[in-house]
Design a protein around this ligand. Sequence first.
Ligand code: A3P
Length: 251
Amino acid sequence: EAQLQLREVAGIPLQASTVDNWNQIQNFEAKPDDLLICTYPKSGTTWIQEIVDMIEHNGDVEKCQRAIIQHRHPFIEWARPPQPSARNAKDCMVSYYHFQRMNQMLPDPGTWEEYFETFISGKVGWGSWYDHVKGWWEIKDRYQILFLFYEDIKQDPKHEIQKVMQFMGKNLDETVLDKIVQETSFEKMKENPMVNRSTVPKSILDQSISPFMRKGTVGDWKNHFTVAQNERFNEIYRQKMEGSSIHFTEL
Ligand code: A3P
């Protein structure tokens, strides 16, 4: 139990394994053509990883099946520029709650009511959603950063995948793009053992509690938030995001 407690580094609660690798993380130096994916947890990390890998390999499914996604895109916080992807805070909170229920390496989230407070206080693994999203949004024009929204990819995957392709300096034809859209759909990825975490032991990720590929939708927060929670959330959101021009289609 104790080892599951998050430990703070520079004010950010982190999983123990991340803390153990802190030196490596701080000393990480990107090479000029590195592409870093900087998602807040549960914002579609796996999705964008698969999209990037598909683009990199010109839509070759077999090449993308060479290894599980965690090995094709090592996590900097665990192993060793940037493309943040943001998902609206409400759906993100719901997804994170179910993830903490099934992830045996993270603290038990408690009840939904308890988790709601934990999330808005920012005391969740890898820190506050508000700080992450606000921070990347603020600097996105100063560096070579492609800022994507989960909701946009969901609504028009082809258009967003095309943006990623251009950012990566690739030029794939229409049929390849269509294939990537198909192969990275939620339905396909849920069945794909190279991305759905089915190879991770149950002692780490217990998918009988909640599947890793859970719902993959926009607006599931409406099935979780009470009216009172929603009002409280909106008020705190306004305070925390004050001064930021970022706009989410789902809020
Ligand atoms: P839900 O829990 O709402 O279903 P991460 O990879 O950062 O941990 O994010 C996980 C979330 O992204 C989960 O959300 C998961 O279902 C969703 N997701 C993964 N692949 C997806 C896809 N191809 N399309 C839509 N959502 C996807």
